[in-house]
Design a protein around this ligand. Structure first.
Ligand code: FCB
Length: 461
């Protein structure tokens, strides 16, 4: 049984569902450019149409209401609000999110807004992207614009979604937009994303008129060590993947081992006096995205180096300064992403965060699974694997709460099947199916299962 105040919701992101990429003054983001570059996304898929959510807002709001969601986590597309990244504000873009927020509130659904879920205006990338400090400053201005427009109604502000992906997949491995492959750029991006978070929180605070919660969403790497060298490898990856964000954001410092282990890649001169104070803003809740675990050891330098880290291989490395670490395959079962299913990793993570950052409430801002759904002749989608995945992870959340961890809510990724980044439309995460030919939405069995949970607050078979 979950407490009466525990929030059940579902999450999406702008580029993954909205489509309408040229509507009402929106200008290209790095994901438009990247997805239109041959060879970057499976099947040549792009977000041009996606779920066409931009044009089907009312229908989609009604779906959320029919599931009884307490809350909806969406992201705002920067290129709809400040299409050139800096400068002119695009009122029709603001109007769209204002209608979304009003539509949620009318239906009794609490809005949780993420300011950046990876769709950087292309003009800012052309000017240097996240490795450039000016992008963090532009983000603060954009945050103020959105805060002024929606800062009387949004309940929780999340500055960034998974800056790990923006920095390391965008600028290190090349598996995400903009597809650059330079370790030093990736680390500069880490810092400027952290800075954007801090400046963004300050900007929001200075303009909103209600009393929202402030937050950031991180994708933690829950690590397992293999063999004798496991602990050393775990420490390196933990520094790059987890502490590179939690320590500046929550403690106002970069870990000394992170600086040392990346010394051959960068001297961190982009960290200026005052930056860490700016980054270290008080937060009300920490967003946790969790899907799977990773298994590491030090590479022997001779055998072919394994990189089963769950991310697409596009030539570069998402692990600057850690070329001596390898990611070894893990035991199944697996989802359709090839990610291993390990619910115990979630309560372990929640417990560890609670211990390291006592007093900071946690929110599961994403958890869910892709499976290759089939539609029956009657038009139903029976997805027992997804239900089982959600059930077992919610049981893990419940175990953590029972041990005293302050977890405030859980958002299923995702409300709809959508554009799964480098994998295009091939991976279906939704509890509601989207037929990409007709754009028809059909709740899967998992949607019914989740609706029952939301209504009863009780995990059932
Ligand atoms: C997370 C992203 C989200 C979605 C899920 C599967 O890394 O935040 O947009 O792609 O993974």
């Amino acid at each position: 049984m979950f407490g009466p105040d525990f929030v059940f919701g579902s999450a999406t992101a702008s580029y993954q569902i909205e489509g309408a990429v040229a509507a009402d003054g929106r200008r290209p983001s790095i994901w438009d450019t990247y997805s239109h570059t041959p060879g970057k996304v499976w099947n040549g898929d792009t977000g041009d149409v996606a779920c066409d959510h931009y044009n089907r807002l009312d229908e989609d709001l009604d779906i959320m209401a029919s599931l009884g969601l307490d809350s909806y986590r969406f992201s705002v597309a920067w290129p709809r609000i400040v299409p050139e990244g800096t400068g002119a504000v695009n009122q029709p873009g603001i109007d769209f999110y204002s209608r979304l927020v009003d539509g949620l509130l009318e239906r009794g659904i609490t809005p949780v807004a993420t300011l950046y879920h990876w769709d950087l205006p292309q003009t800012l990338e052309d000017a240097g992207g996240w490795p450039a400090r000016a992008t963090a400053e532009a983000f603060a201005d954009y945050a103020a614009v959105v805060g002024r427009a929606l800062g009387d109604r949004v309940a929780t502000w999340t500055t960034l979604n998974e800056p790990w992906c923006s920095a390391y997949l965008g600028y290190g491995s090349g598996a995400h937009a903009p597809g650059r492959t330079d370790g030093a750029d990736a680390l500069a991006a880490v810092h400027h994303l952290n800075l954007a978070h801090g400046l963004g929180v300050q900007a929001l605070r200075s303009v909103v008129t209600n009393e929202p919660d402030y937050s950031v969403t991180l994708n933690f790497h829950v690590l397992r060590g293999e063999g004798e060298t496991g602990p050393a490898a775990m420490q390196k990856i933990d520094a790059l993947a987890n502490r590179a964000f939690t320590h500046p954001i929550l403690k106002g410092e970069y870990p000394a081992d992170l600086i040392a282990q990346t010394a051959e890649v960068t001297d961190w001169a982009f960290v200026r006096p005052g930056d860490l104070e700016a980054i270290n803003q008080p937060l009300d809740v920490l967003g946790v995205n969790y899907y799977s675990t990773a298994r590491v050891r030090l590479w022997d330098g001779v055998s072919p180096r394994q990189n089963s880290d769950g991310h697409k291989d596009m030539g570069g490395s998402p692990w600057p300064g850690a070329s001596d670490v390898e990611f070894v395959p893990q035991p199944g079962p697996y989802t359709d992403m090839g990610w291993n299913i390990e619910p115990a990793g979630l309560d372990e993570l929640l417990g560890a965060l609670h211990e390291e950052f006592p007093g900071l409430p946690l929110m599961i801002t994403e958890n869910g699974a892709a499976f290759a759904d089939t539609v029956t002749d009657a038009g139903d989608i029976h997805d027992p694997d997804r239900i089982d995945y959600l059930h077992r992870h919610l049981a893990a959340v419940h175990r953590a709460i029972a041990r005293g961890v302050d977890v405030r809510g859980y958002f299923v990724w995702s409300l709809f099947d959508n554009f799964e980044w480098g994998y295009g439309y091939s991976k279906r995460f939704g509890i509601v199916r989207v037929d990409y030919d007709t754009l028809q939405r059909t709740p899967k069995d998992s949607a019914g299962w989740f609706a029952e949970l939301v209504a009863s607050h009780r995990l059932h078979a």
